[in-house]
Design a protein around this ligand. Structure first.
Ligand code: FPP
Ligand code: MG
Length: 422
């Protein structure tokens, strides 16, 4: 079979890949392509409006190379690449949003938005994928959808822009919380570089965090949606609640799994779950759909933090880009140790003493190493990852290719979270 036939046969059997692979073909065959939302494509200089079936697009493709085939196969599994062309301008907007005239404040607030230290932008990726995953087609005649200045196109663009705002708000709140967290934890490093507090001092780090929050709330206000304003305000309250719960535990609460999970929800899962819900609220979905979006974010967030807590024991400082064994050194007891206590109750007594004596840290790590604690924490993370997948599988059926592809990407993200090593 010739190259063209092989590539087309492959694309026919993987329709969801089709338009995405066209984007990659541009690099190889000089095929032009535009629109991250795939509302229209330009293939070999010819504009094709609206969403196209694989068969329709097939007619426009010429001269595919073997390289294109390989690229198409490789791209199938990467959820990040699905929204990468939207993440890049979003990152630029974030940089411009945190600009201010006071030089020290500008460099402090922009610190974790600089190239190379902006992180994986995991949250914006989840939120943009969720936006497409919930993109139930508007019930209007298809002729309107194809009109160059059509109402539907404009409405969809406007909705997408508002959903991108949620992603930007979420990322600013996340970075603000990290700046404050590093002050509270007296952290030296973050994302493989000096933490802001260690570089510019606690006072400026706290002020930069406050500044980011204020900028996030300006964007939030621009959405003119009271329900979402309340929701996001509640998220900030949750972050503070979770952090305070962690800081002020009684000796009984420190060894209580339920307390740990509640704190974990407030500290980590609330931001992503409520932001997913906000994405859904903007599309005016049913309450059931918004709850499923929330459930996905909640279970993904819980799985994420459980793995984070495992990695604090199993990762190296170099791989994590921040100190390992940080939790136990701060007297914070996480899931692996809580499970280990069930096998070695005497570990509970060691943990209750606090860690004034450094030898107790070694003793606790020794018990942990002999227990199933790490594995059981990973199993719990897996359970939450599966619940996140269940929420996606429970969304109303939809056979739109972009919707299906984004839902698959959200499912794939749960696997990435479980398997991550940094
Ligand atoms: C990381 O925890 C920290 C958080 C997930 C949230 C921190 C929240 C606050 C400091 C409350 C203030 C909030 C705002 C919005 C200003 P970690 O120490 O377990 O993780 P790490 O290892 O990445 O530091
Ligand atoms: Mg910390």
């Amino acid at each position: 079979m010739g190259t063209r036939k092989r590539v087309c046969a492959f694309l026919f059997s993987n329709p969801g890949l089709y338009q995405h692979s066209i984007a990659k073909l541009r690099l190889i065959n000089g095929v032009d392509y535009s629109s991250s939302r795939r509302q229209f494509s330009v293939v070999n200089g010819e504009a094709i409006r609206g969403k196209q079936t694989t068969e329709q697009l097939y007619k426009h493709v010429d001269g595919l190379s073997t390289g294109a085939e390989v690229t198409a196969v490789k791209d199938q599994l990467d959820p990040f690449s699905l929204v990468s062309d939207e993440i890049s301008p979003l990152t630029d907007r974030l940089r411009s949003m945190v600009v201010t005239e006071v030089p020290k404040l500008a460099s402090a607030a922009g610190y974790f938005f600089k190239k190379g230290v902006e992180g994986k932008r995991f949250r914006p990726t989840v939120l943009l994928l969720m936006a497409t995953a919930l993109n139930m087609p508007v019930s209007m005649p298809s002729v309107d959808r194809l009109s160059p200045t059509g109402v539907i196109d404009n409405l969809e663009t406007e909705l997408r822009r508002r959903q991108q705002c949620i992603a930007e708000i979420t990322e600013m709140i996340h970075v603000a919380s990290l700046l404050h967290d590093d002050v509270l934890d007296d952290a030296d490093t973050r994302r493989g570089v000096s933490s802001l507090n260690s570089l510019m001092g606690n006072k400026l780090a706290v002020l930069a965090g406050n500044f980011l929050l204020s900028r996030a709330f300006v964007v939030l206000a621009s959405l003119e949606n009271d329900e979402i304003v309340s929701l996001i305000a509640e998220v900030v309250e949750h972050l503070i609640t979770g952090e305070t719960m962690q800081m002020t535990t009684t000796s009984e609460q420190r060894l209580n799994m339920q307390y740990y999970m509640e704190k974990t929800y407030y500290k980590t899962a609330s931001l992503i779950s409520n932001s997913c819900k906000a994405i859904s609220l903007l599309t005016e979905q049913t309450a059931e759909t918004s709850t499923l979006a929330y459930d996905y974010g909640k279970h993904l967030g819980l799985a994420y933090q459980l793995i984070d807590d495992v990695l604090d024991f199993t990762g190296t400082s170099a791989s994590l880009g921040k100190s390992s064994l940080s939790d136990i050194r701060h007297g914070i007891i996480t899931a692996p140790l809580l499970f280990a206590i069930e096998e070695f109750p005497q570990l509970g007594e060691v943990l209750q003493r606090g860690f004034d004596n450094p030898a107790d840290i070694d003793l606790a790590l020794d018990y942990l190493g002999r227990s199933q604690g790490i594995q059981r924490a990973k199993d719990l993370a897996l359970k939450h990852a599966r619940l996140a997948v269940k929420a996606i599988d429970s969304l109303p059926e939809n056979d739109d290719e972009d919707v299906r592809q984004s839902r698959q990407a959200l499912v794939d993200l749960t696997k990435i979270v479980i398997k991550r090593t940094k």
